[in-house]
Design a protein around this ligand. Structure first.
Ligand SMILES: CC(C)(CO)[C@@H](O)C(=O)NCCC(=O)O
Ligand code: NA
Length: 614
């Protein structure tokens, strides 16, 4: 196909794309002018804690479903078959655990930033380390998110690369800064719908042009794209049921359990029940999103395996190939190319806006407010807006860094989640599940976890060349044989890595779990060496009695000795009873039902100060 034709967009395409941008800006403007007009940080950063579960759930899936997933997952399926789809299994525990463990603890503490938890449980120093790690994670991830759609579009259609990056960053900065979290959540809802519509359009047109569902199925089956359950226990095998279904749970926990972008949404819900319900509602939408991207990869394979396209596709990375496929497929269908571009940008914008807002929140709540307790609300809000927009500019700079990396974008994003998100998950688990962990243990654990994760991560990049798989086959029947031979050859010539190399070749899907356990292990060892925390020193409400629940068969006395029995409701009641922990203690007993409305009264001392300072 003629390259110039790929660049050809009709009026309808421009209109659809313009509608997306205008609607996003419009929502931002609406929330800038309605409600409290974004004059308090409670509104700007927490949406007045008034959200219902449906918008929150759509916003939750939008946060980590960016153009990386829209392009990267089909590219993965096209090249390596449907094994990646098994990550859907990880969504079950990966959402149930946040809903029933992390949300109850964090929601009842009435915090604004997830990292406030770390101060309550450990100390200021741990909180600051946690916050800085999170900022690092999100800033690097944001770079990948803005860069991906711009790069892929540029490679295929010749769209101006840095112009696209700049436009994404600016539009997003404007509506995020104007409308606060309410605008972020409602634009997410709209953008998620556009995202699904765009993917669906490509699939429907693609199946039809390839010759119907049966032809697609026949081609992908003969091309060996439908992967069975791979139960190989080797942890260096990139995608198996274990790496995806078990390692994936930890990836999901680091994103849906403790990542500020998500925690902030849970906290913006009007009740704890509503927050939990929104987490449940993520499950079907996330499965749908995964299914759409996987099917798109299969349709793409079915289309290209009919004849030899290597001349056409030769120069593209597999990510750019996805865009090339879509643009070819939607040729001559006015509006649909525009819809797909809108889909890519919806995915990117909804992720970046969550990142901006959560970054502004943690910078404000964790790094600025505690040190300027007398700051007026007006000034704090102005500063939050300034922060949201400066992170916007920073993300443009990070896009340039991603430009220099060059791996499959999906792999880059998931590696960032595992390398930096894994240790943060470990820190929260250490605090919530292990009452003995102390502050020194937490800081050393996090430090050790980050060091080990950077070691493996960088080691894997340096030694990567040798472990790369051969490129995907250009067509299914004939070329399939050469593919099999190539794979067999590369497997035999590539002798099993030994020693450090084997360590470096750990599947990136294990990064979250591995780094989480490193933090817990080192954290516990250091805590026991420096004197474990005593139960009475732990701030009530910050421990989830996981061990108590897991060891429910042990006799009560032994469990008490292990100090892991206090259920969450009782710890809150204890906060109320203990005078040095709680200022407005009035000795009144409370029942489970009252808890929801009453938590504010049972806040431990540090909170009462925050809340009154606001
Ligand atoms: C984060 C998961 C695994 C959750 O389903 C998925 O959305 C994904 O693969 N995301 C890739 C990163 C991104 O889309 O930015
Ligand atoms: Na998104």
């Amino acid at each position: 196909m003629d390259r110039s034709d790929l660049k050809h967009f009709e009026v309808a395409d421009y209109v659809i794309f313009a509608v997306l941008l205008a609607a996003s800006m419009g929502i931002g403007l609406y929330y800038a002018l309605s409600g409290g007009r974004q004059r308090t940080t409670q509104e700007f950063l927490m949406a007045d804690r008034s959200m219902r579960s449906l918008p929150v759930s759509l916003s939750l899936i939008a946060s980590f479903q960016s153009a990386v997933a829209i392009i990267g997952v089909p590219a993965e399926i096209y090249a390596h078959g449907t094994q990646y789809w098994f990550i859907g299994c990880a969504y079950i525990l990966g959402l149930l655990i946040p809903a029933h463990v992390f949300i109850p603890v964090l929601y009842r503490l009435r915090i604004s930033s997830a990292y406030q938890y770390l101060e309550l449980r450990f100390s200021k120093a741990v909180r600051i380390c946690g916050t800085l790690t999170f900022i690092f994670q999100m800033v690097v991830y944001m770079g990948v998110c803005v860069y991906t759609p711009a790069f892929a579009l540029n490679a295929v259609t010749g769209f101006e690369l840095w112009g696209t990056v700049l436009a994404t960053g600016l539009v997003c900065t404007v509506y995020t800064t104007m409308g606060g979290l309410k605008a972020v959540i409602w634009t997410d809802v709209f953008q998620t719908v556009v995202m699904f519509a765009g993917q669906l359009a490509v699939i429907v047109v693609g199946v039809q042009r390839t010759g119907g569902v049966s032809v697609v199925w026949k081609n992908v089956w003969e091309g060996d794209r439908i992967s069975g359950l791979n139960l190989n226990p080797d942890p260096t095998e990139r995608h198996t049921f274990w790496t995806l279904g078990v390692g994936g749970v930890f990836l999901m926990l680091s994103l849906y359990g403790v990542n500020q972008a998500q925690v902030q949404r849970y906290l913006s819900a009007r009740t704890e029940k509503e927050a939990i319900r929104s987490c449940y509602m993520v499950f079907p939408s996330l499965q749908l999103a995964l299914a759409l991207s996987c099917v798109m990869g299969l349709v793409m394979y079915a289309w290209y395996c009919r004849e030899d396209h290597s001349a056409e596709l030769g120069s593209f990375s597999s990510d750019a190939m996805v865009i090339y496929f879509v643009m070819t497929m939607l040729q001559g269908m006015p509006g649909l190319r525009g819809l797909f571009v809108a889909c890519l940008f919806s995915a990117a914008l909804s992720t970046i806006s969550s990142a901006f807002n959560s970054l502004a929140t943690v910078t404000m709540e964790d790094l600025i407010k505690p040190y300027f307790p007398t700051m007026t609300e007006a000034r704090a809000t102005l500063l939050s807006k300034a922060l949201a927009s400066s992170y916007g500019l920073l993300c443009l700079a990070m896009a340039y860094l991603t430009h220099l990396m060059g791996d499959s974008v999906l792999q880059v994003a998931l590696k960032i989640f595992g390398m930096v998100g894994g240790p943060i998950l470990g820190l929260f688990c250490l605090g919530m599940f292990f009452p003995w962990a102390n502050s020194i243990g937490a800081v050393s654990g996090l430090g050790a976890g980050l060091a080990v994760s950077l070691w493996i991560g960088i080691g894997s990049i340096v030694t990567r060349k040798s472990s790369m798989r051969p490129p995907p086959p250009p067509h299914c029947h004939a070329a399939n044989m050469t593919f099999v031979i190539q794979t067999a050859l590369s497997n035999s010539t590539l002798s099993r890595p030994s020693g450090l190399r084997r360590f470096y070749s750990l599947s990136y899907m294990w990064y979250s779990a591995f780094n989480c356990f490193t933090v817990i292990l080192i954290g516990l060892i250091i805590s026991f060496l420096t004197g474990p925390m005593k139960e009475e020193d732990v701030t009530p409400g910050t421990i989830y009695p996981l061990l108590g629940k897991l060891l429910c068969f042990l006799p009560e006395r032994l469990k008490k000795k292990l100090c892991c029995v206090t259920p969450l409701g009782q710890t809150l009641a204890a906060a109320q009873r203990s005078p040095q922990q709680h200022k407005d203690s009035n000795g009144q007993a409370f029942t489970e039902q009252e808890e929801e409305e009453e938590t504010e009264r049972f806040l431990p001392a540090p909170f009462v100060e925050y809340e009154t300072a606001v």
